[in-house]
Write a protein that binds this ligand. Structure first.
Ligand SMILES: C[S@@+](CC[C@H](N)C(=O)[O-])C[C@H]1O[C@@H](n2cnc3c(N)ncnc32)[C@H](O)[C@@H]1O
Length: 283
């Protein structure tokens, strides 16, 4: 990249470089340049002949260099849109995926007719699922857990920023270990646990910058799903639901685990790519 340049020429040059690693090279370049300027992408079109100052140029160059190593845009920007929210993300948390919004939609449907629903989100990461549910249901109480303290700090920050901190209580817990089962049973348990087979080749792309403990699970990716399903029954109210995200080839195994653990009405739902990605069961 040259030492000076108009917005237009910088975008052209940066996107040509990014084509090596990204299917959305021009968009990536636009997003990163808009971020450096503190403007939106429309500004880039309106002021395409404008020159960047030296600091802006330096920052843009640094971001493009990092992006060329496959480093995710969300970590470069420090935010990721999810549901109706802009969530802060750091390399300590998984970048929330659009597919997880399917889980949120299904979960909301399961508590449609319940007043003051009690919800448990296991492995909350950035808080994405817990905060989306709390934002849609101001009458809900959400307990959200993770065993990563760093992830919980990010989730807490997001809850405060979104003014949802009174509704969502974050607990450090290894799955159910520190959740009290006896008094407060839940109407709904949701989780997007680690479910990638450690051998999986997909770990070689952008995903390699995300926390490994948020991604992989033993037993071909099934071990955390199994642990969660085995314990969930005793934490749910009668007719309570569990809704789980999993990999595209894990719906059947998840369904069988649910049935073997006394869940009824098991059902899997496809995402927009026609992959079964969410499976649920009722106590
Ligand atoms: C796939 S990420 C999901 C994050 C977030 N719920 C989302 O959908 O974007 C899985 C999360 O589970 C957490 N996790 C992994 N093992 C755990 C365990 N044994 N107990 C609690 N949380 C765990 C990870 O730290 C990570 O935040």
């Amino acid at each position: 990249m040259g030492t000076t340049g108009s917005i237009q020429s910088l975008l052209k040059h940066a996107s040509e470089q990014l084509e090596k690693i990204s299917d959305s090279a021009y968009l990536d370049a636009e997003i990163l340049l808009a971020h450096c300027l503190g403007k939106n992408r429309t500004y880039l079109h309106t002021w395409s002949e404008k020159e960047l100052d030296a600091n802006q140029l330096k920052e843009f160059r640094n971001l493009i260099e990092k992006r060329l190593t496959d480093y995710p845009i969300a970590y470069l920007l420090g935010t990721k849109p999810f549901w109706t929210m802009d969530l802060t993300v750091t390399p300590d948390v998984l970048i929330p995926r659009p597919e997880t919004e399917l889980l949120v939609e299904i979960a909301l449907d399961k508590i449609r007719n319940i007043k003051n629903p009690q919800i448990l989100d296991l492995g909350t990461g950035s808080g994405a699922i817990a905060l989306a549910l709390a934002s849609e249901r101001p009458d809900a109480n959400v307990v959200a857990t993770d065993y990563s303290e760093k992830a919980l700090a990010v989730a807490n920050y997001n809850a405060l920023e979104l003014k949802l901190n009174k509704q969502v209580c974050f607990i450090k817990s290894n799955w159910f270990d520190d959740i009290k089962a006896s008094e407060d049973l839940f109407d709904l348990i949701v989780s997007n646990p680690p479910y990638i087979d450690p051998e999986d080749l997909h770990l070689k792309g952008t995903i390699r910058y995300e926390p490994i403990q948020a991604l992989v699970a033993d037993d071909h990716g099934m071990s955390d799903l199994e642990r969660i399903i085995q314990k969930s029954h005793s934490f749910l109210k009668r007719n309570g639901w569990i809704v789980l995200e999993h990999g595209f080839d894990q719906a059947e195994k998840t369904s069988v685990l649910l049935s073997n653990n006394n869940f009824k009405k098991t059902k899997s739902v496809s995402d927009l790519n026609n992959n079964l990605r969410v499976t649920m069961g009722c106590k």
